[in-house]
Write a protein that binds this ligand. Structure first.
Ligand code: BES
Ligand code: ZN
Ligand code: ZN
Length: 499
């Protein structure tokens, strides 16, 4: 996608389409809307006056300019009520407008920043670009038949009328592109089936990305993982013919004394449940059980491109979870690299097993914070549905920082408690801990399990089981992987360094 930023008046620039946003019930028209309306002899005012267009959220009308101005058409999109408007509605309306333009078969368009005085220009530009690029995303690489999918927008121009602010708009657009492309990269990886995204393939993808973005990469194979005595991770991997890979990816911009943050991403490339096998209905969706790891890779790419002054380490314990003659069984006891022993009650609670060893590995960096992202529990989906990720952790300040990043990034989180009372549920009669704490509070007991492996380091856990995938088109998400976590963590890291 080619993105340009230009100072000037939309109505004076030749293009197939110009996007103009209008709040509900607001007259007279000003900014782009006012200028275009005037140039068209009141065509937009007429649309509103006739009751055809009210400015309700996501309402769309297209006006043909019939040679009156160099711009061929104007797409008017409703922004809803001004006092309900926020950054996420900026992203949402941008995505709706651009999907309409793509469906019309157009390849290029102009957009203004909709005269949004509530945000600075850079923030508004970032949101418009993020919404546009995320909205246009589709996973079509396996569709061989020519169809609607062939329609693709190739370029757009962000127009702004304020000459002095054009540098800010340009910077916002740059950041928006970096973040949205990282999100779409994570979606591409996560959408792949288990056959095309094995642990080995995931390591290869990570390695290509690391080369492209100047990151350090190390992939530990089964032998090295055995030497590190990661018995829990290996226990999950032992049922699969695909070799496990423990992927370590590091961004170190080089300056002395920078803080280090470790990100851990659940990377089960397919979760069948193992011997505690899942019902076949919807099992195909369990290819998105690697979404935490995919999000971490997306974040690594974005922080490197943004050049943030902070050390970031990504850890992806990648394996399949399959049943076989060599698979892990309920009743087995595993010894994790922390030295703690784990009684396996249910082999479908495999994510916490793989994460336990990765969290132990994270402590060797002596990080300022550890954050894990994991499609960990169905219980979290029951509790929060699809609109917020579960947030749990052992450090109030860290959780607050994540909540703040959630507000700015558009990725909602909701905190669940992690009181020590929940530890009772994961006490084992035969080992130090067991991997399942019963049905009650399942998202919490899963986090209580993880907490045992982070020592005293500030740690937060994001359960993205409900948010990493969508079965219907929703806002700027097409069906499938959402890339959740990328925007949130990039924002968190930007806030951390004050950028
Ligand atoms: N990957 C699943 C969790 C999941 C469920 C993600 C639905 C996305 C949608 C996880 O490995 C799992 O199977 N968890 C079990 C734990 C249970 C056995 C304690 C679950 O949630 O049912
Ligand atoms: Zn599972
Ligand atoms: Zn799983």
């Amino acid at each position: 996608m080619k993105i340009s930023v230009e100072f000037g008046e939309m109505e004076a620039k030749p293009s197939e389409m110009g996007i103009i946003g209008l709040f509900e019930g607001e007259r007279p028209l000003d900014g782009d809307a006012g200028a275009v309306d005037e140039a068209l002899g009141g065509a937009i005012s007429e649309l509103i006056g006739s009751g055809e267009f009210e400015g309700k959220l996501n309402q769309i009308s297209v006006v043909h300019t019939r040679g009156a101005i160099p711009l061929k058409r104007v797409l008017v999109i409703g922004l809803g009520k001004r006092d309900e408007f926020d950054l996420d509605r900026t992203r949402l309306t941008s995505s709706k407008a651009v999907i309409h333009i793509r469906d019309m078969g157009l390849k290029e368009f102009l957009t203004g920043l909709h005269n949004l005085p509530m945000f600075n220009r850079s923030t508004a530009a970032e949101a418009v670009v993020t919404g546009t690029l995320m909205g246009l995303y589709r996973f079509t690489k396996y569709k061989t038949v020519e169809s609607d999918e062939a329609k693709e927008v190739e370029e757009f121009t962000l127009m702004d009328r304020g000459e002095t602010e054009i540098a800010e708009v340009r910077e916002g657009a740059r950041r928006g592109r970096i973040v949205a492309e990282a999100v779409n990269f994570a979606r591409d990886l996560s959408n792949e089936g288990g056959n095309n995204m094995t642990p080995t393939k995931m390591a290869e993808k990570a390695s290509e990305m690391a080369d492209d973005y100047g990151l350090k990469l190390q992939v530990l194979d089964r032998g090295e993982v055995q030497r590190l005595e990661m018995g829990a991770f290996l226990g999950v991997a032992q049922g699969s013919d695909q070799p496990p890979k423990f992927i370590i990816i590091e961004y170190k911009p080089g300056e002395e004394g920078l803080d280090t943050i470790v990100l851990v991403g659940k990377s089960i490339t397919f979760d069948s449940g193992g011997i505690s096998i899942k019902p076949s209905e919807k099992m195909e969706e369990m290819r998105y059980d690697k979404s935490g790891g995919c999000a971490v890779l997306g974040v690594m790419r974005a922080v490197s491109e943004l050049g943030l002054p902070i050390n970031v380490v990504g850890l992806l314990p990648a394996t399949e979870n399959l049943p076989s003659g060599s698979a892990l069984k309920p009743g087995d006891v595993l010894r994790s690299s922390s030295g703690k022993t784990i009684e396996v009650i249910n082999t479908d609670a495999e994510g916490r097993l793989t994460l336990s060893d990765a969290l132990t590995y994270a402590t060797r960096y002596k990080p300022k914070a550890i954050i894990d992202l994991a499609t960990l529990t169905g219980a979290c989906v029951v509790a929060l549905g699809n609109h917020a990720s579960g947030l749990l952790g052992n450090d109030e300040a860290l959780k607050e920082k994540i909540k703040r990043a959630a507000e700015a990034s558009g990725e909602k989180v909701w905190e669940l408690p992690l009181w020590e009372e929940y530890d009772e549920q994961i006490k084992s009669d035969f080992a130090d801990v067991k991997n399942v704490g019963g049905r009650e509070g399942g998202a919490i007991t899963a986090a209580a399990f993880l907490k045992k492996f982070v020592e005293e380091y500030p740690w937060a856990h994001l359960d993205i089981a409900g948010t990493a995938w969508t079965v219907e088109e929703r806002g700027y998400f097409s069906k499938g992987a959402t890339g959740v976590g990328v925007r949130l963590i990039v924002q968190f890291l930007r806030n951390w360094v004050g950028e």
